[in-house]
Design a protein around this ligand. Sequence first.
Ligand SMILES: Cc1cc2nc3c(=O)[nH]c(=O)nc-3n(C[C@H](O)[C@H](O)[C@H](O)COP(=O)(O)OP(=O)(O)OC[C@H]3O[C@@H](n4cnc5c(N)ncnc54)[C@H](O)[C@@H]3O)c2cc1C
Ligand SMILES: *[C@@H]1O[C@H](CO)[C@@H](O)[C@H](O)[C@H]1NC(C)=O
Ligand SMILES: *[C@@H]1O[C@H](CO)[C@@H](O)[C@H](O)[C@H]1NC(C)=O
Ligand SMILES: *[C@@H]1O[C@H](CO)[C@@H](O)[C@H](O)[C@H]1NC(C)=O
Length: 521
Amino acid sequence: MLLRHCLFLASAALVRALPRHALLARVIDSKVAAETAYDFVIAGGGTAGLTVADRLTENPNVKVLVIEYGPFDNGEDYVLVPGAFFPVPYMWLTLLSTPQSALNDQVYGVTCARVVGGGSTINAMFFHRGSAGEYNSWEALGAEGWTWDGLLPYFKKSETFHAPDADLAEQWNVTYDASVHGSTGPIQVSYPPYDYPGSERFWNAAVRMGFPTVQDPNAGQAIGIFRLLHSVDPATQTRSYSRRAHYDRVKVRSNYHIFPNTAVAKVIFQGTTATGVEFIDLATKVKSIAKATKEVIVAAGAVHTPQILQLSGVGRKTDLQALGIRTVSDLPGVGSNLQDHLVLTVNYNFTNNLFPNGGSLNANQTYDAEQRALYDAGQPSAYTITRTTGNLILFLSLQNDPSPQKSLPSGTAQQVLKGYIAQRKQILKLLKAGNSIGDISWNTGPATSVYMTRPLSRGSVKLGSTDPLADPLGDFGAITDPADLEFLLAIYKKNRELMKTPEIAPLGPIELGEAAGLIRS
Ligand SMILES: Cc1cc2nc3c(=O)[nH]c(=O)nc-3n(C[C@H](O)[C@H](O)[C@H](O)COP(=O)(O)OP(=O)(O)OC[C@H]3O[C@@H](n4cnc5c(N)ncnc54)[C@H](O)[C@@H]3O)c2cc1C
Ligand SMILES: *[C@@H]1O[C@H](CO)[C@@H](O)[C@H](O)[C@H]1NC(C)=O
Ligand SMILES: *[C@@H]1O[C@H](CO)[C@@H](O)[C@H](O)[C@H]1NC(C)=O
Ligand SMILES: *[C@@H]1O[C@H](CO)[C@@H](O)[C@H](O)[C@H]1NC(C)=O
């Protein structure tokens, strides 16, 4: 996947007059950190880390330090301009999965962010909530208050929703429910003002296949076809993300400190109380300590949070003992039950496609230059769409109950098994009630994507060594539950059906079997 994205970077080098990030004045040095009595120290300045830091420091008496492994971005086009997407340099490029036992032992890249702003700096900018039932299942599993009704006020608080202009909405079938959206939050969300003619074919093909159209997919139910909302500021048509919205916007606060290019090595405990963190300056490799009088918040993402916890002695005792790490808390759930969605890219040779389409920016330099010029002039342009994706998505539900399978690795702790069985029961209930099992997206160019967003298979994140700078061992456990293969196949077949509809068949799609690949995200 990285290779594919590197190709896109070539055109991202074009220069454009954009508001660049100011150089950061407040890089705190280790001495300041060591001498400051922080209330909260946050490990990981990603999507969640910066949001929490912003909200905590609204109170000027609360002192917060954020420690982030990656650098600040420099406002590069590939970060800010949707049509110049993909920010390869801001990812953990060396991080690979373990060989996937159900996929001929192939190794895959683990795509995740290493930059201030985390995933919000590098993601595809789809701004899409789960369904009400999905959040309600969190509460059913014990997360009290994390229901749809409990979360909706916070979803609204996070965003400023920009309704599409009426002509655009009419032309592209954009519908929405303003009552589920916020109007004063820090993240700007909008619909791209441009689309390819092929997306109308996708829309009508889905309707022909019997799928509903969704009035507002962020209102708690999203089965069927709809236009995706994007975390893009419509005033500049640039990415809206936690670095801009939850750091730059408030960096005048003297109680909000941040360390970029710095690794949290571990959480320091007195007994079982976290009192601070040990961190490493990645330029000098010097280790220091920052103290937290109230809380240490570990927000290093799904892969690195369990790494930090295990390095700190929080994890399965036998695993920690094997590496000579003193156990603070024997919690076998840490680093277990990893779930991540897969995507199968199925490419077609459209021998008779409409022009322009989602592949035209890459295939036609004249078109690319023309669209870039329109974008720079503030006009509707293909550069307002995330380069590798389309504007429409089709969410599918599962009508049949899959055969129950126990698919965790042998030797899994009882505690983890019990949690997984409870979780699986909720998932199957959701699937039965018609919630999404996966989705299909076609960018109107060669690429269609078959997503399987609710795997039953489970992986893990374990330590390979005690070196905090070494990558952890991420095992997706992809397709280890045989039911997942059936789901994936079923969604894949729906994609073929879509290609055979009278809307799309005239475009002459020929499936390119050899180009298909299974990747994450
Ligand atoms: C390629 C890609 C595309 C995506 N597309 C979308 C999309 O279109 N829409 C959507 O909603 N979601 C998307 N996502 C998912 C979304 O970005 C994530 O779910 C979200 O960012 C997770 O937030 P987080 O705060 O938990 O972790 P992250 O945002 O990943 O933040 C974790 C941070 O911790 C840092 N860190 C890790 N280890 C350490 C350490 N030892 N010390 C200090 N810091 C550390 C990391 O560098 C990172 O910046 C995408 C993700 C990827 C990778
Ligand atoms: C919008 O919906 C109408 C009615 O379903 C359909 O005829 C039309 O082609 C759609 N347009 C687009 C751009 O999807
Ligand atoms: C696509 O199909 C056409 C017509 O069969 C063929 O000439 C062309 O080489 C194909 N291209 C690819 C990339 O397979
Ligand atoms: C390439 O793009 C230009 C500008 O939009 C267009 O006029 C031309 O027809 C395109 N060429 C092909 C082969 O699609």
